[in-house]
Design a protein around this ligand. Structure first.
Ligand SMILES: [Zn+2]
Length: 324
């Protein structure tokens, strides 16, 4: 098992980027140039992610200030979700910032990025369980085990996405497939209540103003996935989108917009369905929420530590041979 050491994986963010940049932004000679020419784009992603992180943090803090955290248990899932929405842009920002430091630092930064994305996925599941489930599925077996399985998904997804980095050179197609799968299936699981609400129970009381935001969130996520997989538009005009309009830049914009839509939808559902949910649904207990977060952190960090340790088992001479 060997992670990517090739210079072709220029900006090794959430996706395999083999062959994305037909020419480097700034070419320096020698082995160092392989890394140095790749620094510009990650730095811009880092800056953009930092700005988005500030926006989500501002919204989180604003909500915290108007919430009676100790006594308003109905608001706890929202706070967890909003807290998680601040973590993943920050992790992404750090990953892009430090991705040019060294091979191992680059991989470990992205392992942490994958862990943060999965933590956000769990935060979404907790909020969906509390506010978004359609009337017909509230208090069913599916509802009861929904968050528990979301915790399990975070562990599998983090492991799968970290492992995919070890296949970038030898099996790039499998690497891409595994990484897309690693993020698509927890998203699909999380979104089952939304799909049910939109397509199976369209006449329910759960249909409210939030539904439109749920639809926009899904559309934006699909667009982000398309840009991530297709590497457009730079594939059509190589070199013209190095600064603005690169697919990975557009992917980040779409993901942030999708999170914004999702947050609006959750806030609307929380407000508009409060009376019905408090009367008919069993709210998540503090111990259930804290237990889910703790297990997610333990599973994700175990995966990250395991795969980070695997990086150091690779002999250094081989790395130099490959990177030059
Ligand atoms: Zn990225």
């Amino acid at each position: 098992m060997r992670p990517s050491t090739s210079g072709r994986t220029c900006c090794p963010s959430e996706g395999s980027r083999v062959g994305v940049f037909p020419r480097p932004l700034f070419v320096l000679s020698g082995a160092a140039g392989v890394t140095c020419c790749l620094c510009i784009l990650p730095e811009r992603f880092a800056r953009d992610s930092s700005i988005c992180d500030m926006f989500f943090t501002w919204r989180f803090v604003s909500t915290l200030r108007v919430t009676d955290v100790l006594n308003d248990s109905y608001a706890w899932p929202l706070l967890v979700y909003m807290g998680a929405s601040c973590v993943y842009p920050l992790a992404s920002s750090c990953a892009h910032t430090f991705s040019s430091m060294s091979r191992n630092a680059r991989h470990i930064c992205y392992f942490l990025d994958y862990g943060a994305v999965n933590f956000f996925s769990l935060g979404s599941a907790i909020a969906y369980s509390a506010y978004v489930f359609p009337d017909a599925l509230v208090n069913t077996v599916f509802h009861e085990y929904y968050v528990a399985l979301a915790v399990l998904n975070t562990s599998i997804s983090t492991g799968l996405s970290c492992y995919s980095r070890f296949l970038e050179v030898q099996k790039p197609r499998l690497c891409k497939m595994l990484r897309v799968l690693a993020f698509a299936y927890p998203y699909t699981w999380d979104s089952l209540p939304i799909f049910s609400r939109l397509f199976l129970f369209p006449g329910e009381s759960a249909q409210n103003e939030a539904t439109l935001y749920h639809q926009k969130h899904m559309a934006m996520t699909l667009l982000a996935s398309f840009l991530y997989s297709a590497h457009l538009p730079e594939r059509l005009a190589p070199g013209r989108f190095d600064y603005i309009g690169h697919s990975h830049q557009l992917f980040h914009v779409c993901v942030i917009l999708a999170t914004h839509m999702q947050m609006e939808a959750i806030l609307l559902d929380k407000t508009l369905r409060k009376e019905w949910l408090l009367a008919h649904s069993r709210p998540l207990l503090f111990s259930q929420i804290a237990g889910a977060i703790l297990l997610c952190l333990i599973f994700s960090l175990s995966n990250i530590v395991y795969f980070s340790a695997a990086l150091y088992r690779i002999p250094e001479p081989e790395l130099h041979k490959k990177e030059t």
